[in-house]
Design a protein around this ligand. Structure first.
Ligand code: SER
Length: 318
């Protein structure tokens, strides 16, 4: 039976990942570790919870030892826009946090899931059908930490046999968790604004095409990858995965099919626009499909329909 630790459990992915893992492996087998003193009530009450700074090796080791952890989903990290505001903190949390987790994993022979991102690519990367193995050279601090993290995970596998696996997530969209300081946050904000005010001011300009994914697909991808028989994995780490690719005007048009009077204007944020412009438009995720059977369930139309339904229900319930 797996004994799992989720770091960054109060973050954008972590919050929902803990719930999904507890449903699958049993609540007592999934320890949620967050850095905020005030964890979400559901998170604290549905299973073991602790506060943890991922850079604190003794603290992390104690949690791993105490709960006999064998698998770590290491989700604690700063996202792209937040990282540009404080690049030094981003380096510290994203790199030293990962190194601490890998070291504890080496000591206790844990498997690791470490998420990478479309942010690990850069302006020199082919933007369309971005290959699994290609030039990366990211220009943001977030991207630099994500690419370094990919390499570090590969290194720990090759050098120490640590079963470190990971995905390059696109922008993630969820009705449950708010966005956490990323460049793709507009694709979540747009739904809240559409339901509340029937209009949205977008911080990325028309035509900015990026890969995206609905959160249930992202959670399933992480869990499925960690369950795959290791011999099937040629890449193991940093798999491209995507479910849809759209520009702001395309998601707005899809929302308008459900809310005809929805309107969108643009007020471009130069920092986030520059980040988005350095990322791929559409990744080729055939390696993930081939090696471990990755297949998304939600396209743009299905995601938009469900987001509006769920957020509408939430609003009616008050
Ligand atoms: N959603 C993330 C961000 O925008 C991409 O990994 O930072």
């Amino acid at each position: 039976m797996k004994k799992i630790l989720v770091t960054g459990a109060t973050g954008q992915i972590g919050t929902e990942l803990v719930t999904a893992l507890r449903e699958r492996y049993g609540a007592d087998n999934v320890v949620a570790a967050g850095h905020r003193a005030q964890a979400d009530r559901e998170l604290r009450e549905s299973g073991p919870y602790c506060t943890l700074d991922v850079r604190d090796a003794p603290e992390l080791e104690q949690v791993v030892r105490e709960h006999r952890i064998d698998t770590i989903f290491h989700m604690a990290a700063l996202l792209s826009a937040t990282a540009e505001k404080n690049p030094w903190l981003a380096w510290d949390v994203n790199m030293n946090g990962l190194l601490t987790v890998l070291e504890v994993a080496r000591e206790h022979r844990c498997a690791i899931f470490s998420p990478s991102s479309i942010g690990a690519f850069g302006p020199g990367t082919p933007a369309d059908d971005t290959p699994q193995d290609t030039i990366q050279r990211p220009t943001t601090m977030y991207g630099i930490t994500k690419l370094s993290g990919e390499l570090l995970c590969d290194y720990y596998f090759r050098r120490f046999g640590i079963d470190a696996r990971g995905l390059r997530f696109p922008g993630l969209i969820s009705w449950k968790t708010p966005p956490g300081g990323g460049t793709t946050d507009y694709a979540v904000e747009i739904f809240h604004a559409a339901i509340k005010e029937r209009r949205y001011e977008c911080f990325l300009k028309e035509g900015t095409r990026l890969d995206m994914m609905y959160m249930p697909d992202a959670l399933r991808a992480a869990i499925e990858l960690m369950e795959v028989e290791p011999s099937r994995l040629a890449h193991r780490n940093a798999f491209n995965v995507t479910a849809m690719s759209f520009a702001p005007e395309e998601i707005a048009a899809e929302i308008r099919k459900h809310i005809p009077d929805f309107s969108m204007s643009y007020k471009v944020d130069p920092v986030r626009q520059a980040i988005a412009d350095s990322w791929p438009h559409h990744m080729d995720d055939s390696a993930a499909r081939r090696e471990w059977g990755w297949k998304p369930e939600y396209d743009l139309a299905a995601m938009v329909k469900e987001m509006l339904e769920k957020l509408g229900e939430q609003k009616r319930e008050g």
